[in-house]
Design a protein around this ligand. Structure first.
Ligand SMILES: C[S@@+](CC[C@H](N)C(=O)[O-])C[C@H]1O[C@@H](n2cnc3c(N)ncnc32)[C@H](O)[C@@H]1O
Length: 364
């Protein structure tokens, strides 16, 4: 079945009817129709969501979200002023609190959910539950929601991710490869690369996504552009038609001579200004007619997202590089601002660490 093509402003993670059937179909196809694999994945996601639920209760309690709502309904703007949180952090907290039904929407306002009200009226249980969450969330979640960590530079990326040194790079690389093992196959099936001969995979890590694309497209050659230590490790793993170019994409231009440039799960790591700079570098490196592709998990415009997005938002926040899980509209705007046109989006599956594919062309 062809991947559903997104209309402007369509909702990649919600939706009813046909969209839901298509997503379920994509889901089954991605797992090669193995119900066991689907259930394992769903169980894993429940565990990850559980961790995010704990962080949400702990952070909501610590920054005073629940206390503010106990005094009465508030709009997100009123909460932002009262709690003095960076807007993105409040969004992540409210997204999560809505998802776990600790709070709900009533018109423009946020009100406490039934569970929260019940906890308030049974002191022992409420205190024990909150104390458990606060004790288990770790200071990291609370510190991050209070003050969004700022963008890091170059090699500091790995320190921010808690993976410093050659060993850390290997560990992070295999984590990335593991989380991309199925999604890169989905990407390979979704992205039409028949007319592409030379691909640049920016921030391609050890080359796992490129290898999946190369397996599917026998005429394709791919170059991974990543930090020097990562390229060294990737080269050791080898691969036909695969090469590595060491660079720091924050300070250096991207190499020219490619028909398509891929940013797979890279732009969410960085703040908006840096994401714009990376897209501008891609534009400069492509010849007219060249294609840029962004493979990312996307969030909806309104609050209260799918579990996969809630998990991804916490991951990005705690990653500490100042990034964000963005909407399709946000990426559309950034691509157009960088000079690209013919922006198209495809949403093959909605899962944690699985993405939507957005492509655009350099005009000419
Ligand atoms: C989240 S991983 C994504 C890896 C791969 N594209 C995937 O989808 O599995 C981000 C990648 O960006 C790379 N990276 C981070 N900062 C970089 C920089 N300044 N220059 C080049 N690559 C960088 C990291 O080494 C890592 O491989």
């Amino acid at each position: 079945m062809a991947s559903p093509e997104a209309k402007a402003g369509s909702d990649p993670v919600g939706g009813l009817g046909l969209a839901r059937v298509r997503r379920a179909w994509g889901f089954l196809r991605a797992f090669r129709f193995s119900p066991g694999a689907v259930f394992d994945w769903l169980r894993l996601r429940r565990i990850l969501e559980g961790a995010c639920a704990v962080r949400t209760v702990a952070a909501g309690e610590d920054v005073g979200l629940f206390a503010a709502l106990r005094r009465g309904p508030c709009t997100p703007e009123e909460l932002r002023r009262r709690l003095q949180l960076p807007p993105e952090c409040l969004r992540i907290l409210l997204d999560s609190a809505l998802h776990f039904r600790l709070v709900r929407r009533k018109g423009e306002r946020i009100v406490p959910g039934r569970l929260l009200r019940r906890l308030w009226h049974s002191d022992g249980l409420g205190v024990a539950f909150t104390a458990y969450c606060v004790a288990n969330a770790g200071a990291g979640a609370i510190a991050a929601i209070r003050r969004r960590p700022s963008a890091r530079r170059g090699e500091e990326f790995y320190r921010a991710m808690g993976c410093a040194g050659a060993d850390g790079i290997r560990r992070y690389g295999s984590y990335m490869a593991a989380t991309a093992s199925l999604s890169s196959q989905v990407l390979a099936r979704t992205w039409d690369l028949r007319r592409v001969e030379r691909l640049l995979d920016v921030g391609g890590g050890l080359g796992h996504v490129s290898r999946a694309l190369l397996r599917r497209h026998p005429r394709l050659r791919a170059t991974v552009a990543d930090l020097p230590a990562v390229c060294e490790e990737g080269r050791r793993l080898g691969g036909e038609r695969l090469s590595f170019v060491p660079l720091d994409f924050l300070t250096q231009p991207l190499p020219a001579g490619h028909d398509a440039i891929l940013f797979a799960r890279v732009l969410h790591d960085w703040d908006g200004e840096t994401a714009d700079r990376l897209l501008a570098k891609a534009y400069a490196a492509l010849a007219p007619g060249g294609e840029v592709a962004i493979y990312e998990i996307l969030r909806r415009r309104e609050l209260g997202n799918a579990g996969s997005v809630v998990v991804a938002q916490w991951e990005v926040l705690l990653g500490g590089t100042g990034g964000d899980v963005r909407t399709l509209e946000d990426y559309r705007r950034r691509l157009r601002r960088a000079g690209f046109d013919s922006v198209r989006a495809r949403h093959p599956v909605d899962l944690q660490n699985w993405g939507s594919l957005i492509t655009a062309r350099r005009p000419g």
